[in-house]
Design a protein around this ligand. Structure first.
Ligand SMILES: [Cu+2]
Length: 120
């Protein structure tokens, strides 16, 4: 192998590392905003192993609870409380449909859904 071939190979490997690293970041974290008493996006489809980050970008507090069984997730009795600007990360490890609500504003229809799909 001459030095040009070596250089090319090095760049190819580097390119591959950068690409796979950025693909990982893009596919694994999904942001959900809460501005205006609405989850945005309210419906989200992700893959098993992905993380959802709720961000309270509103000017009021919110309180998140899952309605369906979700091991380790916030529940009605143990809701996750958001002050203005707070973030909450949750990693979904099991496929399914998970409804959630803001307990404080469910009367205003502040609800959301995360659909988690198995990797093929
Ligand atoms: Cu709320």
């Amino acid at each position: 192998m001459n030095k040009y071939q070596q250089r090319f190979l090095k760049q190819l490997v580097l390119c591959f590392i950068v690409l796979s690293a950025s693909a990982n970041v893009l596919s694994k974290e999904h942001a959900v905003g809460m501005s205006g008493w609405e989850f945005s996006p309210a419906n989200l489809t992700i893959m098993v192993g992905d993380t959802v980050v709720w961000i309270n970008d509103d000017d009021t507090r919110h309180k998140l609870s899952f309605e369906d069984k979700l091991p380790g997730g916030p529940t009605r009795d143990d809701a996750h409380k958001f002050n203005v600007g707070d973030k909450f990360h949750f990693k979904f490890t099991k496929a399914g449909k998970y409804k959630y609500t803001c307990i404080t504003h469910e009367g205003q229809d502040m609800v959301g859904l995360v659909i988690v799909k198995d990797k093929k």
